[in-house]
Every structure is written in C-alpha cells, then in structure tokens.
Design a protein around this ligand. Structure first.
Ligand code: EPU
Length: 422
C-alpha cells in the first residue's frame, strides 16, 4: 500500500511551479466532444482524474494522444458509444460532465448515477432539471441516468443552488441548442469562466461567464481549438498554507493571483507578508507562527470549500482560536478526526469546527479520506514533531501533481513509501 511519509519541522523555502487546474481541465477535456474536429489542450496536469477522464473519452470512441508532457489532443470524430459506466463514475464524480455534451452533440447519453461521497450527499438533480428545461427526456433507470433529445432548445434555466459542474453541464449543452439559453444563479468560479472561454474558442456564443447570469446563443456546430488550461488556484493556496504553517518563504509561479483574493486575505490576516505579480505570488512568514483565522466557505468569489481543510490544519497550530464554518457541503470535516490524532484541539458542532491552536502537533499514522482532506493531513505532517504517515494517498493523486516532489523541492522531508503489508 502506497503511503506518504513526512518528517516535520522544516520551513518551506523556494519556488514552486503551479500546474493547470484540475477543475478546469476536466470539463474542458469533456467539452472537446462538442466539436467536429480535434482540439489540443495544453497545461494539462498529470493527475489521476485526468487519466480517468481520458479513459472515459477513449471508451466512447474519441481518439486521444499526448503530444508532449502537458498537451493532449482529442479527436471526437470516432465517437460511437455514449456512456459513462459505473466503474468510472464511482471513482470520479466529475464524469457526470459528459451528460450535457453527449445529449447536445450526439442526442443521447447514459451516465451512471453518482452515489454518495465522503464530503456530502452531492445530488445531481439540478443537472437533470437543467437538461429537461432544454427539452431532453431524462430518466433514471437501473442506476443510470438516460437522456435523449433530437435537438435541445434554448430556455431559461434557474439554478436553485449555485453548482459548479451543474452550471458547466448546462453551459455545454446550451452551446449546440437551438436558440438562446439563460442560466441564472450560475456558478462564477474561474473554472466555469475557463470552460466558457474554451467553448468560445470552439465557436460557441457565450456572454456573462463569471457573473451570475450566463447567456448562450446556440450555434449549429463547433470546431476544434488550441487551448491552455488556467492555473490551479487550490494547488496554489495549498502550498501557501504550507508556507504559513511552517513559517517559510515561498514563491508560487505560473499561477493566477487574481483568483485567490479570499484566500490571500485570510493568509494576510494570519500574519503572512504577501507580494503578487502578474503570474506569481510570494509569501513570507519570517519564521513566525500564524495567527488563527475565522473562515466561512461559500461559492466564488467567497472563500472556497476546497481550501477549508487546509485552513483547519493551519488553525490547528496557530495562535488563538479559529472558527471554521462549512456552508457548501454537509459532511466535509473528515480530516478533523485525523488531525486530532496528531494532537489538534478541534470541536465539531454541526457545520462548524472550533479550532483551538496548539503549539505543537506530534507525528502519527493517519488516513486520507478525500482529496482536500488528504492535502490538509500532509500540511499538518510538515509541522508535526517526528514522522507522520498518510495512508490512502490515491486521494491526493487525484488532484495534486507530484506533491511530494514539489514539497521536497521546497525543503520538506517527504517521501512516498510502498509496503506490502498495507
Ligand atoms: N447540489 C445540489 N444539486 C445538484 C448539484 C449540486 O443540491 O444538482 C449541491 C451540492 O450537494 C453541494 C452544492 O450544491 O451542496 C455545491 O456543489 P457543486 O455542484 O458546486 O459541486 P460540484 O460541481 O460537484 C465542484 C468541484 C468540487 C468543489 C465544488 C464546490 C469539480 C470537478 N468539482 O464540485 O471540487 O468542491 O465544485 O466548489 O469542479 C475538489 O476539487 O476537491 C472538489 C471536491
């Protein structure tokens, strides 16, 4: 069983190159199915979720080739199978993103209904209502979502809750619908904007991405394109929290500072000195212990739920008491019990974690439960006395490219181990 072993106590120092954004590249790879010709996507991160997406598209008949280490070409012309089966959907919920493009471009889709998940129930009802509003016939049968349509028709789609992949699914479906679609209460995340820009480069007509109302003027067909994926704001934030926790000095390069306002505000409040340029962020803690910060997660541009676990880890060793309120997912505190194994003082009350900072954590074997939880455990290991071993690291490989190499380059004592005994 592969584990990550960390010996804590070294301040992070140096430069780290930020990879392309996981939550942008997944919808973009899938969105390429809408075209009549191949698309080339660059700045693609090496992640398990990207491999899963490639397998999914390949099984449907798309031809995929890797051009250099960070570019993938997708040729959708051989598409002949319009299904996302359970064995892939259960490992990656984002597989649901094929629903919109398949129905819009190929008139039908069968996608296994995602089940529960470690961070909450995560229903997909709004994806289905949106597609129905565009005229698709949608049924759930034998654990599968089955959707059909001759040609989708533009409509007004009001999202009851802000949903990132829900907005992306309807956005992709609307590009080839007949007439105008207006998506209200749309997600404003930078990854939604990146997908919209990608679709526009394929010939889609989209306005308002990045605001809460997106208007799509359907077109008859779309072509291939060349597109570079935006940098990962959550990966950036994760390394910056590591810097804050260890009292270090880190420069993140090839990133997009403008997408991290809420996170950078909280890091400044925690005592970090931050300078930014067009595509870099430098943070210096000058060896100081961070101060506790209160966090409330909410859709963009508010504080991201995908940074909540990392800030829980930061508050664990900060000076003071920090209150963390999770409003996006109902069960996203699985990291708390593991942090407690390292000596963190955290009380959970419903969707709130009250974290009383302790002056030191002590290394222990701990278990990753989901992607961002596992990142928070690695960060805690960087400051814990002695050795911390994180089990089930496949969670972290879904969303962090070469995390132990990047952290080693910043001076951390971290390595991957393989033991037959699990
Ligand atoms: N929701 C519904 N009905 C729906 C869809 C969503 O009730 O049909 C609810 C969810 O249960 C949740 C809230 O709406 O309470 C928001 O969920 P959302 O749909 O926005 O989440 P998502 O699209 O499934 C994406 C990211 C997540 C990220 C969330 C929130 C991708 C592939 N995933 O998920 O990323 O946490 O948005 O920002 O884009 C991660 O990277 O670790 C991760 C989990």
């Amino acid at each position: 069983m592969t584990k990550i072993e960390i010996t804590g106590g070294v301040p992070l120092q140096g430069e780290v190159w930020i990879s392309g954004a996981k939550n942008a590249v997944l919808p973009i790879l899938v969105g390429s199915l809408l075209g009549d010709a191949p698309s080339r996507i660059s700045n693609v991160p090496h992640l398990q979720d990207v491999t899963t997406t490639m397998e999914l598209l390949g099984r449907m008949g798309a031809e995929l080739s890797m051009h250099d280490s960070m570019q993938i070409e997708i040729d959708p012309r051989g598409m002949n199978h319009y299904e996302a089966p359970y064995d892939l959907v259960k490992t990656m919920r984002a597989s649901i993103l094929v629903l919109g493009p398949l129905v819009a471009r190929y008139g039908r889709a069968r996608v296994s209904l995602p089940g529960g998940c470690a961070i909450g129930s995560r229903p997909v009802d709004l994806h289905l209502h949106g597609l129905q509003a565009l005229g698709a016939k949608v049924e759930v049968r034998n654990g599968n979502i089955e959707a059909r349509a001759d040609r989708l028709k533009g409509a007004r789609v009001i999202m009851e809750t802000v949903t990132v992949t829900g907005t992306e699914n309807i956005l992709m479906a609307a590009t080839l619908a007949q007439g105008t679609t207006i998506i209200e209460n749309a997600a404003q995340e930078p990854e939604v904007v990146d997908l919209a820009n990608f679709l526009i480069s394929m010939g889609a007509r989209i306005e308002g991405a990045g605001s809460n109302t997106i208007t799509v003027e359907g077109v008859d067909n779309m072509h291939g394109t060349d597109y570079s994926v935006l940098p990962d704001r959550i990966e950036t934030g994760t390394y910056l929290v590591g810097c804050a926790m260890t009292g270090g000095n880190v420069r993140c390069t090839h990133t997009s500072p403008g997408h991290l306002d809420a996170v950078l505000d909280k890091l400044s409040e925690a005592g970090a000195e931050i300078s930014i340029g067009e595509d870099w962020i430098e943070m210096d803690m000058r060896g100081r212990r961070p101060r506790s910060v209160d966090i409330t997660t909410a859709p963009y541009p508010a504080f991201p739920t995908d940074m909540q676990a990392q800030f829980t880890a930061l508050n664990s060793i900060a000076d003071g008491t920090g209150v963390i309120t999770e409003t996006v997912f109902e069960n996203r505190f699985m990291h708390v019990q593991e942090l407690q194994r390292l000596g963190a003082d955290i009380r959970l009350k419903g969707n709130t974690a009250i974290v009383q900072g302790v002056s030191r954590l002590t290394g222990a074997p701990i278990m990753a439960t989901d992607l961002r939880a596992s990142a928070s455990l690695v960060l805690a290991g960087l400051v814990a006395d002695g050795v911390t071993t994180v089990d089930r690291v496949y969670h972290i490989d879904r969303g962090y490219e070469n995390i132990e190499e990047k952290l080693s380059a910043l001076g951390a004592r971290i390595r991957r181990t393989d033991s037959a005994a699990g």
